[in-house]
Design a protein around this ligand. Structure first.
Ligand code: GDP
Length: 195
């Protein structure tokens, strides 16, 4: 596959513990969100063509920030905290959710949101809540069914169909960090939002 414009060009900028630590709200950014362990770090690493840009299977402490990656001065990729991690204390989880919600509501440079959902059991209640909120807020979203390499071809087709039926009029793609299935689709969506 030809080199994409994110490959080797995406640089880690900072981990923000709160909204005021984010870089100035100008230009464009696209955010990635999903339940803990959905494969978000692996996807970002695949996108960047780097093994360790976003850490895979990290300890919970590392996931409790908004991670910011920059492509150029006015283009950013945002890694939002994974939700639903049972080992994170409830109070902390609520704080994280509040920070994430207010990021999603207030960030003017946010032009699109990838919602990652595990293809083996897609659209958990928290995914659905997020998707319906984004629709109401007119925030463009794209649903990515992760770890598709774990399904057979027939199962993969069925999972995608299920998501398209549940959430009509919304773009949805399958993805695998393992074999790069769907990378082209993610790049196309990103370019559509960021270029
Ligand atoms: P995050 O918590 O959403 O950032 O998830 P990670 O990227 O850390 O991945 C969680 C676990 O799922 C790790 O053990 C990864 O190796 C595994 N994983 C992530 N993406 C894939 C994938 O596309 N295929 C397979 N088979 N495993 C994956």
């Amino acid at each position: 596959m030809k080199k994409n414009r994110y490959q080797n060009n995406l640089k880690f900028l900072l981990s923000a513990p709160d909204l005021k630590s984010l870089p100035p709200d100008f230009g464009k950014e696209v955010a990635f969100i999903g339940a803990s362990n959905v494969g978000k770090s692996s996807m970002l690493n695949t996108l960047a063509g780097e093994k360790n840009l976003a850490r895979v299977g990290k300890t919970p402490g590392v996931t409790q920030f908004i991670n910011v990656f920059v492509l150029d001065q006015k283009t950013r990729i945002i890694d939002l905290p994974g939700y639903g991690y049972a080992k994170v204390p409830l109070k902390k989880r609520e704080e994280l959710q509040e920070m994430t919600n207010s990021y999603l509501q207030k960030r003017e440079s946010l032009v699109g949101l990838f919602v990652l959902t595990d293809s083996r059991h897609p659209l958990k209640p928290q995914d659905l809540k997020l998707i319906s909120w984004a629709k109401e807020a007119n925030l463009p979203i794209c649903i990515l069914l992760t770890k598709i390499d774990k399904l057979t071809r027939t199962e993969a087709v069925a999972a995608l169909k299920f998501v398209q039926n549940e959430i009509p009029n919304c773009s949805a793609h399958v993805f695998s960090a393992e074999n790069k299935t769907g990378l082209g689709d993610v790049l196309t969506e990103l370019d559509h939002w960021l270029l």
